[in-house]
Design a protein around this ligand. Sequence first.
Ligand code: ZN
Length: 300
Amino acid sequence: MSEGNEIIVNLCPTGMVPRRAKVPAVPITPEEIAADVRRCFEAGASMVHLHARDDDEEPTWRGDRFADICSAVADAAPEIVLVVTTSGRNWSEVEKRAASLDVAGRAKPEMASLTLGSMNFASGPSINSPETIAALATAMRERGIVPELETFDVGMIDYANYLISRGILQPPYYFNVLLGSRGTAAVSAANAAAALAALPDGATWAFAGIGRAQVAANTLATSLGGHVRVGLEDNPYYDWHDRSAESTNARLVERAVRIARDVGREPATPGEARRIIGLPAVSRASSAGPALDGPSRAAA
Ligand code: ZN
């Protein structure tokens, strides 16, 4: 487990599900996503988990769209740790799921999501076969991309340990434990403890919460010394009691950072996040953008 005061805030701005009709502030186009990431970076996010949508809001696997999004984000927030999804929720072919891994050059992703099992979401099943998981893990390793290990149950962490024993997964390990999705582990002390007990030595870990579980899961991880994933992908409403309240990624990040500071932790800079996770340093700065980990972020 990671130690220290800094907390890594992993932003998930878009996802596959939220649509503007219900979540007006969800960023869709590369320009919208980049501007939103910039705002959230200034609020304390140090990594970003990206999905791609077409202009009509439909999810897409296309590599050129991922390239456009990653490039726009790299221009807007050159410091931030870039993560892409390999979700198979809307398509199953490994070639499509791995298309996001081939973004090259300055906007090359440093990490990519890897879900470690099959499960049900409220809307239906999500299938991740052993062959698909191994193929995606191998594709990432070949490209020097570190997995964001997405686990929805302790059994998926056990499966990660099996893949580690086979050499299919190699360090560094960043686990995102997603709690509160209907069909998998709820957010509870027992589930959180079981997840932490199952993690391999040296793993960095975060809790994400789905829907109304987001604040609870994030707060639990913050209190226990872990890290968080937060954003409209996982939770469409800032306030579940007053759904008309403004729900933006920036507000969600600001709240996560406020809670962190209330328990004596500071948001990690992207450079600190890379050091905590064990990622290589990245120099994405251009003449147009601010220096890496420079004074561009608002002071604490
Ligand atoms: Zn995602």
